[in-house]
Design a protein around this ligand. Sequence first.
Ligand SMILES: Cc1cc2nc3c(=O)[nH]c(=O)nc-3n(C[C@H](O)[C@H](O)[C@H](O)COP(=O)(O)OP(=O)(O)OC[C@H]3O[C@@H](n4cnc5c(N)ncnc54)[C@H](O)[C@@H]3O)c2cc1C
Length: 335
Amino acid sequence: MERLHIVGQGVAGTALAWQCQQRGVSFRIYDEPRASTASKVAAGLVTPIAGQRLTLTQGWSFLPEMESFYRDVSSLIGTTFYHRHETVRYLANEVEATRWKKRVGDPVFEAELLPGAPSLASAAFHAPTFGAFRMKRAGFLKVNAWLEASREWFLKDGLYEETRMTLDDCDPAAGTWVFANGPWLLRVAAFDWLPMRFAHGDILTLSIPDLGEETRIFSGTAWLLPLGEGLWRAGSTYEAVGRPETQPSVDGRAMVEANIQKILRCPYDVIDHVAAVRPVTLTRFPTMGRHPGKAHLAWFGGFSSKGVLTAPSYARQFLDHLLEGLALPDEVGTL
Ligand SMILES: Cc1cc2nc3c(=O)[nH]c(=O)nc-3n(C[C@H](O)[C@H](O)[C@H](O)COP(=O)(O)OP(=O)(O)OC[C@H]3O[C@@H](n4cnc5c(N)ncnc54)[C@H](O)[C@@H]3O)c2cc1C
């Protein structure tokens, strides 16, 4: 069977590699070590109802396939990476509260909710002025743990190489070379025409002793994710930038803190601040395909803020396309 060479071991490349493994497609994955990538800093959140418009998350129908995908990898490796967690959503203002009233009673939304209002009686939280609701099928992937365990798994089988790949390295006789290298895709001459952009995001790690044994995820204009032992991740910002590498931003930190303080009223310490660039598209759907003029090259990227939820299903469909000639879903068609 055709050999696939996957350039980039972020969420996208790793999902593609596991889909190859599961269907017996021979592959090799290459990754340039970088301290800060979207996948390395991502919180890994998967949330059914998101955004100011309070709509069902784009790609939500992929949830069952996503959960079974991470479960299968977990069974093989022997570690659980994806965890369901109740998520409490604070409504941010009157507009959101009005919007939410229209959703209540709609079976599509009701299916995602836990009954009753969230208990926010602790002195650590602000009472939700505009209301709040509870989501049951939310969760998060321990992204870094999943990436590291996957890398070790592939390395043990001689399928992983730590190296920076260029177009000159892509021998057409060796098979298909899939660039799944996040925002750096736009820096590869063969793919600089793709309709992708860069979106910087800041994330903080907080120590919040007053939250004690709390295990719920909180979201609103910002979110809070429990890491255990009094530590929480808080984020994030979304800012268009002109390059794939950025530094943590002072303004970004201030914005995350201001938004977190709309949920929290207890003290906290910021113990870490990281940032990275998301590979995004104008449609917010990912982009993938075979290069129109160079058949040995392909690309798989643009996962925006939804890589954890959507990369496993799109990786499967992308392999159907590359290996069996099936059509790509309309929403990801770029050519
Ligand atoms: C602040 C922030 C918060 C986020 N939170 C969430 C969240 O809660 N939930 C969610 O689903 N998503 C979240 N995301 C988005 C998610 O991280 C992305 O959808 C996903 O990580 C994109 O993965 P990727 O593999 O396409 O790109 P990347 O993560 O950028 O990975 C690309 C990889 O390719 C490597 N590479 C680059 N060039 C080369 C080369 N020439 N040769 C070899 N290797 C190369 C890089 O080193 C890197 O390892 C967040 C992102 C940010 C920035």
